[in-house]
Design a binder for this molecule. Structure first.
Ligand code: HEM
Length: 452
């Protein structure tokens, strides 16, 4: 089914925000550099000086920033279809992730989200857990023997391997998968390029070449999966049909797979890295997790354990995503006039809401900067339905949230059962944290893993 290009896509951003309080900072760059170094501080300064809704120039774009759970609720639920995700993310992601779910709006988005649904049903999830465990076991078992072990590069490799298996049904050993990984990593680098021109020698060109290689790869992969049985996501997507009984085209399936790889990989890598970081600093919580897992009476988690059988592990997962949400800011652009926090916003105005800030607001959370998973046992997060929103909400709510939950818990369970996690250096806490594109300690988290 073809959807016409919506008219709002053709418009430039509305830059006339003179009626909104706030300041842009320096010409062109605004407060981008301060924001990249310490996003919470920049948002908090803006909140204190101008209130929850103010204008700012961050990441080289002019935005209205709306801070607090009520605005996350308004933009995510979007009851009268006022906010476009596609145009919100067009500038940073448009070229690289064209055709991905987040780059589609409203009816078109709903239609496409169907392609992915089968791959995220419970039966499929159970199969993914079985596919994941051997890869996690094999790699984590080797980590204790690696000298000068840095957690971040190893968890990244582990999750790429899990991704190749679960998303594409491929094993990492093959040369083809190695080339695929390389293209994927290059595309991710390109997303961050400051000069956004597809010219020779530029990082952006390298990223776009990565994207073109991935497109070529998926165009070749999808036809071979039609009509076949398989428990990987590519095979599920390739066999999904429209209401008229037609397959989605190779191009459409490929575009969804590329976006999925991006959405799944760095987010979970960041969450697990930050988990290892906070747990290395908190031996008592490591012991609690070990005790809880021992109580299960078997070494590996099953899909059905994830809900209620491991509450401490669940609260750790939630606390990590509260403190360092892998997607710290959610972006939208208005498609029509709309009111946000008492201000009328003209069509085509960029708006950002912030899980990162909302997750640390003092009026809602006790000691918000402290690692305290028990706050979820106390149900602090239940004061407002969008107070804890690392996965967004509404139509675009993360489709992979149960997958992320499962991967996080299976990996962390394996890690804490096999090793005591310690920092490799004296005074390693607090480390300098790199916030963009995804949170991680700048030193890649050197650890000592003591075999248990
Ligand atoms: C801790 C890990 C993850 C976090 C924090 C996360 C967060 C998010 C957020 C906040 C959104 C919504 C963005 C918005 O509305 O602006 C989103 C969307 C999405 N996520 Fe995740 N995600 C994670 C892992 C995953 C995984 C593992 C997958 C796939 C297996 C995935 C696939 C997607 C897709 C396809 C979308 C777009 C959904 C749509 O537009 O309908 N994510 N994610």
């Amino acid at each position: 089914m073809d959807f016409a290009l919506p008219d709002y896509v053709r418009h430039k951003d509305n830059k006339n925000l003179s009626h909104i309080p706030g300041s842009y900072g320096l010409p062109v760059v605004g407060r981008t550099f301060q924001f990249v170094l310490d996003p919470y501080k920049v948002l908090d300064d803006g909140y204190r000086e101008y209130g929850p809704v103010h204008k700012a120039s961050l990441t080289f774009q002019k935005f209205v920033v709306a801070l607090g759970p009520e605005f996350i609720q308004q933009l995510m639920l979007d009851s009268d279809r006022s906010f476009s995700a596609r145009m919100g993310y067009d500038s940073p992601l448009g070229d690289f992730f064209a055709g991905g779910l987040l780059m589609r709006d409203f009816d078109e988005h709903k239609f496409h989200r169907r392609i992915m649904q089968t791959a995220f049903k419970i039966d499929a999830m159970r199969t993914y857990v079985d596919l994941m465990h051997p890869i996690i076991d094999r790699q984590v078992d080797q980590w204790g023997d690696i000298p000068a072990f840095h957690f971040y590069p190893h968890i990244k490799t582990l999750l790429l391997d899990v991704g190749a298996k679960v998303f594409l049904g491929m094993d990492m050993e093959g040369e083809e998968t190695k080339a695929l990984n390389q293209s994927f990593l290059e595309m991710n680098e390109g997303v961050l390029a400051l000069v956004r021109k597809d010219w020779p020698g530029l990082l952006y060109r390298k990223g776009m070449n990565g994207r073109r290689d991935l497109e070529k790869f998926f165009l070749g992969l999808v036809p071979g999966r039609r009509g076949k049985e398989g428990s990987d996501m590519a095979t599920f997507f390739a066999n999904e049909k429209t209401e008229d009984g037609d397959y989605f085209s190779d191009k459409v399936v490929g575009e969804h797979l590329i976006f999925l790889l991006l959405a799944a990989h760095d987010t979970t890598t960041s969450a697990l890295t930050m988990a290892a970081y906070y747990l290395a600093n908190d031996q008592a919580w490591q012991d609690r997790l070990r005790e809880e897992l021992k109580g299960l009476g078997r070494p590996e988690l099953e899909y059905d354990d994830l809900g209620h059988n491991v509450p401490d592990l669940d609260h750790c997962f939630k606390e990590i995503l509260r403190m360092n949400p892998p997607v710290p800011m959610l972006m939208r652009r208005t498609v029509k006039e709309v009111e946000v926090g008492g201000y009328r916003l003209a069509p085509h105005t960029m708006v950002q809401i912030s899980p990162l800030y909302t997750h640390r607001m003092e009026q809602w959370w006790t000691n918000p900067h402290d690692f305290d998973p028990d706050r979820f046992a106390r149900e602090e997060h239940k004061q407002h339905s969008f107070l804890w929103a690392p996965f967004g909400g509404g139509a675009h709510k993360c489709i992979g949230l149960h997958f992320a939950d499962m991967l996080f818990k299976c990996t962390l369970a394996k890690l804490v059962q096999g090793y005591r996690i310690r920092f490799a250096k004296e005074d390693q806490y607090p480390s300098r944290i790199q916030h963009f594109p995804f949170a991680k300690p700048m030193d890649n988290l050197p650890l000592v893993l003591e075999k248990l």
